[in-house]
Ligand binder design. Structure first.
Ligand code: ADP
Ligand code: MG
Length: 309
């Protein structure tokens, strides 16, 4: 049994340059583990290197150096077994438009050498709620249905690890909910799930652990709760009775920002300061307080802090 579902060490990737573009160092020595059984979020802005990392795991991109183990199998020395332990849902949707969902799954089963009698095509169609589209052409499926079919396709060989690259990019709210439900069900059955997203709220809601990658470097890797609690900060938004001349700064404020002419947002460390103190400091500057809301720092705040905006 593997200690970690995925083990990544000193992973580097340099894309060769061309006449038009210089070589690109997409991964600059990334190391982390994905614990078995969790939902793991890989978070980062566009161009951070998320797809590069996932495509290396999938065997679609060759790494420059470093090592990757999938369920204990090294992708260099034990490529076959590594590949059997992982199912990947790529960022781009590609299907032959003339195959039906059932055929897509059967073909994939054949590709993995699974005998017809042992294939799970019907069961998987049901799991992704496409049983009534069993015999429709792939080209007639909605974007959301295609996503779900891709998830089923990635699960054909029953891998213990499922990787989803930006599964909800460009997907509407309702469908996003459905996809996350499906991910939850698979995880409840014991599947380790890795997903990339730049929907911070979703990562916060879904993932037990989050790694943040930026410009090819890992800048954080922590249990979600720890990451969110890391700053120990609280944010108070205060409406005042007249236009603010400029931000009011006090030593106990981490940050103060005029977000509307009469609304000030103050970030402070909740271990040393109370909301009451923040409010009375604002009053001492000559403003009357009309409305107040407070919230804990969320992942978005943490991310902005870590990446320097
Ligand atoms: P993400 O998925 O986080 O948006 P990518 O892994 O797609 O990031 O890209 C990381 C960096 O590598 C980007 O700067 C991107 O332009 C570059 N890159 C990605 N694929 C290629 C490629 N095939 N050739 C050259 N550069 C690439
Ligand atoms: Mg990507």
């Amino acid at each position: 049994m593997a200690d970690a579902a995925i083990e990544i060490r000193d992973l580097e990737k340099e894309y060769a340059g061309s006449k038009k573009s210089p070589p690109k160092q997409a991964l600059k020595g990334v190391s982390f583990d994905v614990p078995e059984g969790c939902v793991f979020g890989l978070l980062g802005p566009n161009g951070a290197g998320k797809s590069t990392l996932i495509n290396i795991m999938a065997g679609l991109v060759n790494k420059t150096s470093g090592s990757v183990k999938i369920w204990g199998h090294d992708i260099d020395t034990d490529h076959r077994n590594a590949k059997l332990q992982i199912g990947i849902v790529p960022q781009e949707i590609v299907f032959d438009p003339f195959f039906t969902p059932f055929e897509v799954l059967e073909n994939q089963g054949g590709f993995y050498g699974i005998p017809k009698a042992l294939r799970r095509s019907e069961e998987l169609l049901k799991a992704v709620r496409l049983e009534d589209k069993r015999n429709a052409y792939a080209r007639t499926l909605s974007g959301g249905m295609k996503r779900r079919l891709l998830i089923a396709k990635a699960m054909v060989h029953s891998p213990p690890i499922l990787v989803l690259d930006e599964p909800t990019a460009g997907v509407d709210v309702e469908l996003r909910k459905q996809l996350w439900e499906l991910v939850g069900e698979l995880n409840a059955e014991g599947v380790t799930v890795v997903l990339t997203t730049h929907y911070l709220e979703e990562a916060e809601e879904l993932c037990e652990q989050i790694a943040i990658i930026n410009h090819g470097e890992l800048i954080a890797n922590k249990p979600t709760r720890e990451l969110v609690g890391m700053m120990g900060e609280k944010i108070v938004r205060v409406s005042v009775d007249k236009d603010l001349g400029g931000p009011i700064m006090e030593p106990c404020f981490t940050k103060a920002e005029v977000v509307e002419p009469r609304v000030l947002e103050v970030t402070y460390d909740k271990s040393g300061t109370t909301a009451g103190q923040v409010l009375s400091l604002i009053q001492q500057h000559g403003y009357a307080i009309q409305d107040v809301t407070t919230r804990e720092a969320d992942l978005e705040d943490v991310f902005v802090q870590l990446t320097g905006g």
